[in-house]
Design a binder for this molecule. Structure first.
Ligand code: BG6
Length: 493
């Protein structure tokens, strides 16, 4: 699939139109990110931000009830500047709308300026995407300069994702559609591309048999919080694996793209997704683990189990943890297992990719090291770091070796401010840069691989395994690794 790109248009005045403008994502991420973009002069000079919600608020009420009380606390204290904030607030209009009611779009039309670039950010449930796009188009609000940003999860399964893609595609060309996965906006994820493709030394080693195994972990300390209504229907596989973890896997596993053009990068990611070995019912039973947290303690504080959280149905089967072993059926990765793991209420917040290189073929140094394999550890969160674990000689007369880290200290090397993922991606949308967004075929390939796992679990009727909040998941996850004499990264430290 190739995307026909609109020719580079000079910066037009911008109307950023946010559906779901009174929701969680808006106050936690989008509005603070837009504030930072404004503070650093990254919004076009003539920008307005139109937020849409159902609440019968006036503009002033929106500013007081939402911007001041909810969004402002999410702005880093040291970045807050009251002059810039006041100016930022002056860009806002609040539009009360029922997004299913076509008449209400006239209200939006009355506020959005003609001849500007309209960016529609759909931070709503995906069930509403189709109606919103149809109604926008019917009201004459979509033109060649418009762009639409679609939040994840895009659909619930392959069929619903396809339906949404078709519906949105009726009004927007592929080059106007930005399917966002905020993991692609993280600095370290983008840095991984530079590490792989900007340095020659890893190239020859970046494949089987030199790489033995890859681990990708996204562990969170938080629980479901106030999002049970969404989360219970979604679960960790749809919420995290189908998108964030698979995107990370793609960046680790893809072939060098011919350039950084959006389609060049996305073509390579698509090949990876299409090469994922489909899981049979036996694979699912053997190679996947799903869990649900039970009461425990995180950071020394007692926390509830998932079933006790607000708005969670008493017998919910929603998984809050997934670990699985995946394979990529191609020459580069034949028989290299990719272990993916994510969970809520885990022992600590950590997102990392661990590339485990193969062991020494033979060791001439008798004091150890025979089974030693180097590891490249790319940590995305809580700190960004890249470390290469190697053996070095311990000072002294013997030849004793100890593992030490070759540490790429990015914080020290670059003192510049690092933009948050949403800020970076919003700026990409405004500037028309699609490289870090998912193309339609990529998204569908990810669903095509994930869906049988969901079906397999649902057919089995089994409950997810319980794990105590504050641990790294059910024992079966450790066992998944132990079967091949391996351990998860935190157990090898
Ligand atoms: C979101 C998920 O996409 O990513 C959330 O819906 C999850 O459930 C969040 O908490 C994690 O993002 P980050 O950037 O905090 O790792």
């Amino acid at each position: 699939m190739t995307t026909k790109h609109a020719s580079a248009t000079p910066d037009l005045p911008l109307d950023m139109i946010i559906f779901g403008g009174t929701g969680d994502l808006s106050f936690r991420k989008l509005l603070p990110a837009l504030y930072m973009a404004h503070l650093h002069c990254n919004l076009p000079p003539d920008t307005r931000i139109l937020t849409i919600g159902r609440k019968p608020w006036s503009r002033e009420e929106y500013i007081n009830e939402f911007m001041e009380s909810k969004a402002k606390p999410f702005i880093e204290k040291k970045a807050f500047d009251s002059g810039a904030w006041d100016k930022f607030l002056s860009l806002f209009e609040y539009v009360r709308m029922d997004v299913d009611s076509i008449e209400d779009y006239e209200r939006l039309k009355a506020v959005s300026r003609p001849g500007v670039r309209r960016v529609f950010y759909l931070a709503t449930s995906p069930d509403l995407f189709t109606n919103i796009c149809d109604n926008l188009a019917a009201a004459g609000l979509v033109d060649g300069n418009s762009r639409v940003v679609l939040e994840k999860p895009l659909g619930h399964d392959l069929a619903s994702a396809q339906e949404i893609n078709v519906a949105v595609g009726k009004h927007f060309s592929e080059a106007q559609i930005y399917r966002i996965d905020h993991y692609l906006g993280k600095e370290t994820v983008q840095n991984l591309m530079v590490l792989r493709f900007g340095n020659a030394i890893f190239g020859p080693l970046w494949q089987a048999p030199y790489i033995k195994r890859v681990q990708i972990t996204v562990a969170e300390e938080v629980g479901v919080g106030s999002r049970a209504g969404f989360y219970d229907k979604t679960g960790a596989l749809r919420d995290m694996v189908q998108n964030h973890l698979l995107q990370l896997l793609c960046i680790v596993a893809m072939e060098p793209p011919v350039s950084l053009d959006p389609d060049a990068v996305r073509d390579e990611k698509l090949k990876v997704l299409r090469s994922l070995r489909p899981m049979t019912p036996e694979d699912i039973a053997r190679d996947t683990v799903r869990g649900q947290y039970t009461a425990g303690a995180v950071n020394g504080e007692p926390v509830k189990g998932y079933l006790e959280e607000d708005n969670v149905p008493p017998n919910s089967h929603a998984e809050t943890f997934v670990a699985l072993r995946a394979y990529i059926n191609n020459w580069r990765w034949a028989n290299v297992p990719f272990f993916l793991r994510t969970g809520k209420r885990m022992q600590k917040k950590v997102s990392e990719i661990v590339i485990e290189f193969s062991e020494l073929p033979f060791s001439i140094i008798p004091s150890g090291g025979r089974n030693y394999g180097n590891r490249l550890v790319i940590q995305l969160q809580p700190e960004e770091s890249i470390q290469l674990q190697m053996l070095a000689k311990e000072p002294g007369s013997g030849m004793h070796m100890l593992p030490v880290n070759l540490n790429l200290d990015l914080q020290q090397a670059f003192t510049e401010r690092r933009a948050e993922a949403y800020e970076r991606l919003l700026i990409d949308v405004i500037r028309g840069r699609l490289t870090h967004f998912m193309r339609r075929d990529e998204l569908e390939a990810a669903w095509a691989w994930a869906e049988p796992i969901l079906e397999g679990w649902s057919k089995s009727g089994e409950r997810p395994r319980g794990y105590t909040a504050g641990t790294f998941g059910p024992a079966a996850s450790t066992a998944l690794m132990a079967r091949e004499n391996a351990v998860w990264a935190e157990e090898s430290q």
